[in-house]
Ligand binder design. Structure first.
Ligand SMILES: Nc1nc2c(ncn2[C@@H]2O[C@H](COP(=O)(O)OP(=O)(O)OP(=O)(O)O)[C@@H](O)[C@H]2O)c(=O)[nH]1
Ligand SMILES: [Mg+2]
Length: 314
C-alpha cells in the first residue's frame, strides 16, 4: 500500500519544450517553499483517471483498462526530481452497478489516512453531452466524505479533449458549455452557495478559453487528451484543437490550486471514521435517552392505572 520514492524517469520522455516549462513551474513552487505536491484523482469509472496519471508522469505508472476494472485499490505513485516530489493517488471509479460506491469511497478515505491532499483532480469526459443525477450524487458523496472544502482545492479535468464538436459549435464554445454543465453539477451536488461559486459566462473566457477566471472561489478546468493519437505542435508537445500544449497547462493549473491560499486537506482519524458528523449527533444522546426513560415511565404508569381500574376492558 505504501509508496516507493523513485527518480522521475518519465520526465526525460517529455519533449524539451515541456521539460523547460515544468522546470520553471517547479522552481517557482520551490521559491514558495513547496517541495512536495500530493494530488488525489477521483471520478467515475473509465473516464481516464489512470491515463491522466500516466500522462502527467510520462511513465506507465499504473494500469489502464479499456473495459471495466474490478477490485482495484487506490495506489499512490511518487516520483522525485531535483528535490521535488510529486505524489499522485489514483483511485477506483466511484460508480458500481449504477450507484455511487460508498465502499470505494471508504477504501479511498482509509488509504488516505494521515496524508495531506494539496489538489483534487475530479475527472470526467469532455465528450459527454449530459450530466445526470448520478453525477450530482457522486459529488455529494465526495463532499460528505471529505467535507465540501475539498472543492476549494480541486480542479475539474475533462479528458478526450481532442474532439470535433457537434452541431456547428466552435471548440471553445463546446468546451465552455460542457465545463459549465459539470461545474454547475459540482456546485449543486456539493451544495455550495451560488455566490461562493461564481461561474463566468462564456464571453468572459480568456485566451486559454477553458480557465474560469473569476475571483477566488471557482474551480478551474483543465483539458486533457491522453490518446497516443493526440496532435502535436512543432516542438513535439501534445496539443489540443485550440493549440494549447495541455501537459504544462495542466501542471500550471494544478500548481495554481495548490497555492490558492486555501487549506490543504489533511485526512485524519476523525475524517476517516466520519466522526465529525457523528460527534454533532452525540450531544443529543442523553436527551434522547431521557425522553425514552420518561416515555417508558409514562407507559408503566398508564398500565398501572388501567390495572387499578380493574381491567374494565376484559
Ligand atoms: N481517446 C482517448 N481515450 C482515453 C482518454 N483517457 C482515457 N482513454 C481511454 O479510456 C479507457 C479508460 O481509461 P482509464 O485511464 O483506464 O480510465 P479510469 O478512469 O482510470 O478507469 P477505472 O480505473 O476503471 O475507473 C482506456 O481505454 C483509455 O485508453 C483520452 O483522453 N482520450
Ligand atoms: Mg483507473
Amino acid at each position: 500500500m505504501g509508496s516507493v520514492l523513485r527518480e522521475w524517469i518519465g520526465f526525460q520522455q517529455f519533449p524539451p519544450a515541456t521539460q523547460s516549462k515544468l522546470v520553471e513551474l517547479f522552481a517557482k513552487l520551490k521559491e514558495q517553499g513547496v517541495d512536495k505536491l500530493t494530488i488525489l484523482v477521483m471520478g467515475k469509472g473509465g473516464v481516464g483517471k489512470s491515463s491522466t496519471v500516466i500522462s502527467l508522469f510520462g511513465e506507465r505508472v499504473v494500469n489502464i483498462s479499456s473495459f471495466q476494472s474490478e477490485g482495484f485499490r487506490p495506489v499512490m505513485v511518487s516520483r522525485n526530481r531535483a528535490g521535488f516530489t510529486l505524489n499522485i493517488i489514483d483511485t477506483p471509479g466511484l460508480v458500481e452497478g449504477g450507484y455511487v460506491s460508498y465502499q470505494a469511497l471508504d477504501l479511498i478515505k482509509r488509504f488516505l489516512l494521515n496524508k495531506t491532499i494539496h489538489v483534487l483532480l475530479y475527472v470526467d469526459r469532455l465528450d459527454a453531452y449530459r450530466v445526470d443525477d448520478l453525477d450530482k450524487q457522486i459529488i455529494g458523496a465526495i463532499s460528505d466524505s471529505f467535507g465540501k472544502e475539498i472543492w476549494s482545492k480541486s480542479l475539474l479535468v475533462l479528458t478526450h479533449a481532442q474532439l470535433c464538436p457537434p452541431d456547428d459549435l466552435s471548440y471553445d464554445v463546446f468546451c465552455a458549455r460542457r465545463s459549465e454543465a459539470v461545474l454547475k453539477t459540482i456546485r449543486m451536488g456539493a451544495r455550495i452557495r451560488k455566490r461562493d461559486f461564481e461561474e463566468t459566462s462564456i464571453s468572459d473566457w480568456g485566451t486559454r478559453a477553458f480557465r474560469i477566471s473569476s475571483k477566488d472561489s471557482v474551480i478551474p478546468v483543465g483539458l486533457v487528451e491522453n490518446s497516443g493519437r493526440c496532435n502535436k505542435n512543432e516542438n513535439d508537445e501534445k496539443i489540443l484543437p485550440n493549440g494549447d500544449a495541455w501537459i504544462p497547462s495542466l501542471v500550471k493549473d494544478i500548481i495554481a490550486v495548490a497555492t490558492n491560499g486555501k487549506k490543504a486537506l489533511l485526512v485524519d482519524e476523525k475524517l476517516v471514521n466520519g466522526s465529525e458528523s457523528n460527534d454533532r449527533g452525540k450531544i443529543f444522546i442523553p436527551l434522547i435517552l431521557g425522553v425514552q426513560w420518561l416515555l417508558v415511565k409514562w407507559i408503566q404508569r398508564e398500565i398501572k392505572k388501567d390495572i387499578a381500574k380493574g381491567g374494565k376492558y376484559f
